[in-house]
Design a protein around this ligand. Structure first.
Ligand SMILES: Nc1nc2c(c(=O)[nH]1)N[C@H]1C(S)=C(S)[C@@H](COP(=O)(O)O)O[C@H]1N2
Ligand SMILES: [Mo]
Length: 323
């Protein structure tokens, strides 16, 4: 088999993409190999099929607990064609159709606020900041559908540690690109632009909170939030802000764009919770994209199934009022 060398990782050529059917077998094999001491020096390759549509961005198998569900990933075609990215329109097909021209280089992310080391981070510096890992996460949208997506990135905590937050920093605010020249959706004022989200500091430091640069072993397609986005798997999808341009450390709880739009429907916590209904619909079940329109809906799990990992972050918090 031929390999390309790229930033210290080794990955197969696009022409040698593994058929979907053998994905699980190969994954088992790689896990077996990784367990052997002889291969310990080489990071185990993530075992997801590479679609060969964009530049390769391989990630090693993650050791973070909960980062590798054995559920089969949602088809790449579905992950990249059924999207919420209101900056490009509110129809699920709009982002894939309208975001292809998004300029993702040069790209800088401002990191400031209550930190010892504020600064501007170039995308290339961020790409080199920590080893890339593959994290296969469930993503559950507040609208009642879900996907399983093999992301590539590293824990947000890697960046947070390097900028040394002050003791007064209690929350992290995320701001995303709001460029009317590139984003036709900004003509509508459905939400106040730019798209803003926030996390409590301990949520942001949790190893499952991911700074994602890719999916399916390749750089993020624009419609999925290129060149980098947040992915918080235990919260409704709207927390996972796309195309980040600023990360601010603040004392007060940030007000997210969705809270400003409809506070009674989209709370700050946004934890997936099947026992708390959305004011307009039940959150008890979800439709897994790819299951087919006539398939039975699946029961939604508390914290999207990540309760063993994140449940303790919310001990003692009333999850009905803090939705
Ligand atoms: N900047 C920005 N980020 C965003 C959104 C958006 O409209 N704008 N939509 C959110 C919602 S509601 C969901 S469900 C997820 C969808 O991510 P995906 O299209 O990659 O599956 O992105 C989230 N991040
Ligand atoms: Mo969503």
């Amino acid at each position: 088999m031929l390999y390309l060398k790229d930033r210290g990782h080794v990955h197969p050529l696009a022409s040698e993409i593994t058929p979907r059917e053998v994905w699980r077998q190969r994954r088992t094999l790689i896990q077996g190999l990784a367990a052997g001491a002889a291969t310990a020096a080489m990071p185990a390759l993530a075992a997801t099929t590479r679609p060969g549509k964009r530049d390769a961005l391989p990630g090693a198998r993650s050791a973070v607990p909960g980062a590798a569900t054995m559920e089969a990933p949602t088809a790449y075609a579905d992950v990249t064609s059924y999207n919420n990215f209101y900056e490009f329109g509110t129809d699920k097909a709009d982002p894939a159709q309208r975001a292809q021209g998004l300029q993702t280089r040069p790209w800088t992310v401002v990191v400031d606020g209550l930190v010892k080391k504020p600064g501007r981070w170039d995308l290339d510096a961020l790409l080199k900041l920590a080893p890339m890992e593959e994290r296969v996460y469930r993503l559950r949208c507040v609208e009642g559908w879900s996907m399983v997506i093999p992301w590539v990135g590293y824990s947000l905590s890697e960046l947070i540690r390097r900028v040394e937050p002050l003791g007064s920093a209690r929350y992290v605010q995320f701001e995303t690109l709001g460029d009317a020249k590139q984003m036709p959706g900004l003509r509508s004022n459905i939400i106040p632009w730019p798209y803003v989200e926030g996390l409590r500091m301990d949520e942001a430091m949790h190893p499952l909170a991911l700074l994602a640069f890719g999916l399916y072993g390749e750089v993020l397609p624009p419609q999925n939030g290129a060149p980098l986005r947040l992915v918080v798997p235990w919260k409704y999808g709207f927390k996972s802000a796309k195309s980040l341009v600023a990360i601010r450390f603040v004392e007060q709880q940030p007000r997210s764009a969705w809270q400003r739009t409809a506070p009674q429907e989209y709370g700050f916590y946004a934890n997936v919770n099947p026992t708390v209904d959305h004011p307009r619909w039940s959150q008890a079940t979800e439709r897994r994209i790819g299951d087919g329109l006539f398939a039975k809906r699946r029961p939604t799990q508390m914290f999207n199934g990540y309760e063993p990992q994140v449940g303790q972050l919310y001990a003692g918090l009333d999850l009905k009022t803090n939705y």
